[in-house]
Design a protein around this ligand. Structure first.
Ligand SMILES: [Zn+2]
Length: 78
């Protein structure tokens, strides 16, 4: 759900922006990238290739196959 909302925001953002605002858009993407980088620093990577919550195969070192799994995991991890 979180990813879907984020993608939709980007879509609206890019559609409403003209070329003059491309730098703002790039800055926005950089900010998002920095945030993602922070998340990666904060969270250890997963080398198993599986969602650590439901064990569905994942394509990279992400720990969950979906935000739902992440949310469930974090709910029970606390
Ligand atoms: Zn999962």
């Amino acid at each position: 759900m979180g990813i879907l909302i984020r993608l939709q925001k980007h879509k609206v953002f890019s559609m409403n922006d003209d070329v003059d605002n491309a730098n703002d858009f790039m800055q926005h993407m950089i900010n998002v990238g920095v945030k993602n980088a922070h998340d990666k620093i904060k969270k250890p990577s997963n080398q198993t290739g599986k969602c650590i919550w439901c064990e569905t195969a994942v394509k990279d070192d992400r720990r969950w196959c979906s935000t739902e799994c992440r949310n469930e995991f974090e709910k029970y991890a606390k």
